[in-house]
Design a binder for this molecule. Structure first.
Ligand code: AMP
Length: 395
């Protein structure tokens, strides 16, 4: 892995692929600055070494040059976060783009227009990638959020920089955090997998069985396992087509020495709503008219004990319907257990959309060792895939 620190930026113009795909409100103001803040260390480093930065990113999924998706709306926010007056070019390739980047002086930052105004970007078009490569002399990829896409700016353009390419600080941090769990995690290692459906987590579960000592299964996935084991699940979310698979998985885990932990009790509601009447049932005896919506108190206690014994913790997916405050307790409790274990010295990685949202919502984010910035990229990493954006930097 070629790191930022190993690259010479003095008098160099670095093209930095950042992930500035930030949410904008109706007034086109940035409502969550996390991704811009996450790119700051890389940009600061390049500038401090006497280089300049050409920032390239996508924003949303525009059809053609939809003005609502212009990166010009984020220029002020980027300037404020970097503490530098950021220049903007309303093109990303072509003469105007080349002129703007060519005039950049050391210490300056130029943000280019949305890459996805060109359909060639997502197609991974070679000619488009070659044009992008002419914007600078060094290529830095710091966009973990799109590292699982073989797009022109995230993967294809790397080949035009035989030596002069490297990982950005954020990308390197993400890869190291994942390796710290999947390749060199200290035992015992526990993965906590929640979320709605078994069917969407199959490859992750399969891949994790080779890496962890314990697997906690929570959320809506539980009921497919419970049904497969002969329990009654009432109206709980369940995928009967995956019952055989669930049994197979339990067998596989056993043969690999991985202990699977399912909730022993659940908090159920009589409707799928925050205001539903609540009752706690053993997880395999949920009567008709009730659906499991959260992990129960006994389960949380057991999970707490286990999590505190572990030295490496991976968390993906909520333990219940945490969007309903009345069914968020399991997710919060598990988050607090992870925070406590982390304080005691364990390494904890939280990744994949909803669990990241949950830890942020419940104020637990600062108590985790690492929170991934990439949803899809994180999930594909957990599936054991090599991300094309990362492979391109290493070849
Ligand atoms: P995923 O995207 O697969 O990680 O699923 C996240 C979603 O799973 C969240 O929106 C949760 O509300 C939902 N979820 C978690 N537990 C349950 C459950 N017991 N029943 C229905 N949905 C659930």
């Amino acid at each position: 892995m070629r790191l930022l620190e190993q690259q010479n930026f003095h008098d160099q113009r670095a093209i930095v692929r950042v992930d500035f795909n930030v949410p904008l409100n109706d007034e086109l103001q940035v409502t969550d600055k996390t991704r811009i803040q996450a790119a700051k260390p890389t940009i600061d480093h390049i500038l401090s070494q006497g280089g300049s930065c050409v920032l390239i990113s996508h924003l949303g999924r525009p059809e053609g040059r939809d003005p609502k998706h212009s990166l010009k709306y984020i220029v002020d926010t980027v300037s404020e976060i970097l503490g530098v007056s950021v220049l903007f070019c309303d093109q990303v390739v072509g003469e105007k783009a080349l002129n703007a980047s060519g005039q950049l002086m050391p210490g300056e930052v130029l943000l280019m227009e949305n890459l996805r105004y060109h359909k060639e970007e997502t197609k991974g078009d070679e000619a488009f990638a070659e044009q992008l490569s002419k914007l600078g002399s060094v290529y830095v990829n710091d966009a973990f959020g799109t590292a699982h896409r073989a797009h022109a700016s995230t993967t294809i353009m790397a080949k035009y920089f035989s030596e002069n390419k490297c990982f950005g600080a954020l990308l390197a941090k993400e890869v190291k955090a994942i390796d710290k769990v999947l390749k060199n995690g200290e035992s015992p290692i526990v993965a906590i997998l929640g979320g709605a459906k078994v069917s969407s987590k199959i490859t992750i579960i399969e891949s994790l069985l080779d890496k962890v000592d314990h697997l906690i299964i929570g959320g809506g996935m539980v009921y497919t396992f419970t049904k497969a084991l002969g329990g009654t699940v009432g109206n709980s979310i369940c995928e009967p087509d995956y019952c055989d698979y669930a049994l197979e998985l339990l067998d596989k885990a056993k043969s690999k020495g991985v202990v699977i932990h399912l909730p022993v009790d659940v908090v159920a509601g009589d409707t799928f709503s925050n205001d539903a009447n609540q009752r706690v049932f053993e997880s395999n005896t949920i009567p008709d008219g009730w659906e499991g919506l959260d992990a129960g108190p006994k389960s949380c206690e057991k999970f707490h004990e286990l999590i505190l014994q572990c030295k490496t913790i991976l968390w993906n997916g909520p333990l219940g319907v945490f969007e309903f405050p009345n069914f968020a307790k399991g997710t919060i409790t598990v988050g607090e257990s992870i925070a406590e274990a982390t304080k005691a010295g364990a390494f904890s990685l939280v990744g994949g959309g909803d669990s990241v949202a949950a830890v942020k919502q419940f104020g637990l984010a600062p108590k985790m060792s690492y929170i991934s910035t990439g949803g899809g990229a994180m999930l594909e990493s957990l599936e054991g895939k090599t991300l094309p954006g990362i492979a391109a930097l290493e070849s």
